[in-house]
Every structure is written in structure tokens, then in C-alpha cells.
Design a protein. Structure first.
Length: 285
């Protein structure tokens, strides 16, 4: 049987190694596909919600109380006033690939409820490490604003300097306030009226590109398949070598066996005097 060698422990080990490698590749491929599916879902939300006409707060109130992933980027109109005394700076927030901060301010609605509004982005300051150079204040009095919903972020488990937050974890933010804050979602500023002369930079719109996750997933799956292709190629080559050895003629096999046998060491060559002594001995002298 040409492939009987596959039943050996040696080849079983090769097959196991190929299977483990393929399983790892498939796992990495699935991980990349999951990331790709998440990106596609996010793109769909942006396309469906980002540029829609704003809905009144009463129609979106539930999303601010309890986050709903499908409501992300929904545009909402709100009316009320900023509570500037409780403004916070959120650390380590990139915008258009530049590092900086975001400005988070409580907003007391006309209904009496309070939400958090992210008013925008500030670059890293030059005057004091870890702080922006200046933080523009929100408008005073009654303000009409349009915001886009984003869910509360997780607690990063890191401390932040006075007046700053490590992330937009609304539950943690509420603990620093003397009044209730809706902790499901917050609003990202789209516009506000009246608009002050100096405002934070508006946050960049979310990306609507899938990225390279699908390509990476296909590459990993291909690598997993190639592991078995390589194993099959090795087995075929081994079977071919075995057939050639079995089909070898007897005289060639004997020759090959003789060639493979180690040579016996040749006798040491005799010196000239030893040869003369041997000749005299043979003559009886």
C-alpha cells in the first residue's frame, strides 16, 4: 500500500501540526471577519442616522437613559442651558489623527433632566503639560442645540487630574455631580444657537470605510488551507520515493546496497624495505 506510512506516529504528528496550524489560521480569519462585520454595521448606522433630520428629545429620551446601539448617531434637537461649572476635559482624544482633548458639559433640559454634551475637540497645549492652553466656555442662557447620540464609554480604570476624565464614562461622571445625569448615552455637538465666537473644534465625522479586515480574513483562511496542501504534497512525494525503491531491479538494488555499505579500510601500504624483506623471504635467503 503506497500510503501505509501515513499510519505511522511520525506522519500522524505531521498531520496534527497541520491541523493545529489550520485551526489557528481559521480562528484568526474569523476574528478578522467579526471586525469586518462590526465595521459594516457601524457604516450602516452612520448612513442611516448621521444626516437625518433631528428628532425632538422626547422621542429619543429612552436612548439617553439606556444606550441602544441601533440609535447611535441619531440626530436630536434639545433646548436648555449649560451647567458650565461642572464642565470636564476628557483626556487622550484623537481627532483627524491629532492628539488632544474633548470638552464635556452637563446640559439641563427644559424638562428638568440633564444630559452630557460633547462640545468638541481641543489640541494639546504648550503652556502646561497635560492641559489644553484654553477651554472655550459654553454659551450662557437658553440654548437650542442639535446633538448626535453616542453610548456611554466604559471605565478605563485610570485616574485623571482635577477637572478631567479618562473616558466618557457617564456613571463615573455622575458621581462627581450633585444632581442626576442620564447615563445611557450623551450627545455629540452638531450645532448650537447662540454660537459663541470661540468654540472647540467640531469632531470629525465617523469613517465609512470597511478597511482591510476582509482581505486579512481571506489570507488567513488561505494559509489554513495551504497547511493541508503542503501535507498532501509531502505525503505524495514520500509515496513516490517508496514506489521507486520497490520498482528498483535486483542487480541495481544490490549495487545500491553495496554503494550504501561502508567501505572496509584498505591495508597500509608497505614501505620499500618491507617489500625487499618479503622478496628475500620468498627466495629462501
Amino acid at each position: 500500500m503506497a500510503y501505509r506510512f501515513l499510519l505511522s506516529w511520525r506522519w500522524a504528528g505531521f498531520l496534527l501540526m497541520a491541523a493545529l496550524f489550520a485551526a489557528a489560521c481559521i480562528g484568526l480569519g474569523n476574528w478578522q471577519m467579526d471586525r469586518r462585520n462590526q465595521a459594516v454595521t457601524e457604516i450602516r448606522r452612520v448612513q442611516e442616522n448621521y444626516d437625518k433630520a433631528p428628532v425632538p428629545f422626547k422621542d429619543a429620551r429612552a436612548y439617553f437613559a439606556v444606550a441602544d446601539p441601533e440609535a447611535k448617531w441619531t440626530t436630536v434637537s434639545v433646548t436648555g442651558r449649560y451647567l458650565a461649572q461642572d464642565q470636564r476635559i476628557v483626556r487622550n482624544r484623537p481627532n483627524n489623527s491629532a492628539a488632544g482633548y474633548e470638552v464635556l458639559v452637563p446640559f439641563r433640559l427644559s424638562s428638568g433632566e440633564t444630559i452630557a454634551i460633547n462640545r468638541g475637540w481641543l489640541p494639546i497645549g504648550n503652556d502646561r503639560p497635560g492641559y489644553p492652553d484654553a477651554v472655550p466656555g459654553p454659551p450662557t442662557g437658553e440654548v437650542a442645540a442639535v446633538v448626535r447620540i453616542k453610548p456611554s464609554e466604559p471605565d478605563l480604570g485610570r485616574d485623571a487630574p482635577e477637572g478631567q476624565l479618562a473616558s466618557i464614562d457617564l456613571t463615573n461622571y455622575e458621581m462627581q455631580l450633585d444632581y442626576p445625569l442620564m447615563t445611557g448615552s450623551y450627545g455629540v455637538m452638531a450645532s448650537e444657537s447662540p454660537q459663541p465666537s470661540v468654540t472647540p473644534q467640531q469632531l470629525a465625522a465617523p469613517a465609512v470605510k470597511e478597511g482591510s479586515n476582509l482581505s486579512y480574513a481571506l489570507q488567513w483562511i488561505t494559509f489554513g488551507i495551504l497547511a493541508f496542501v503542503g501535507f498532501g504534497y509531502m505525503a505524495r512525494q514520500q509515496a513516490r520515493i517508496g514506489r521507486e525503491e520497490r520498482d528498483l531491479p535486483d542487480d541495481m538494488a544490490d549495487t545500491a546496497e553495496a554503494v550504501q555499505q561502508p567501505r572496509t579500510p584498505s591495508r597500509r601500504k608497505r614501505s620499500g624495505s618491507e617489500e625487499e624483506d618479503a622478496l628475500l623471504d620468498s627466495m629462501g635467503l
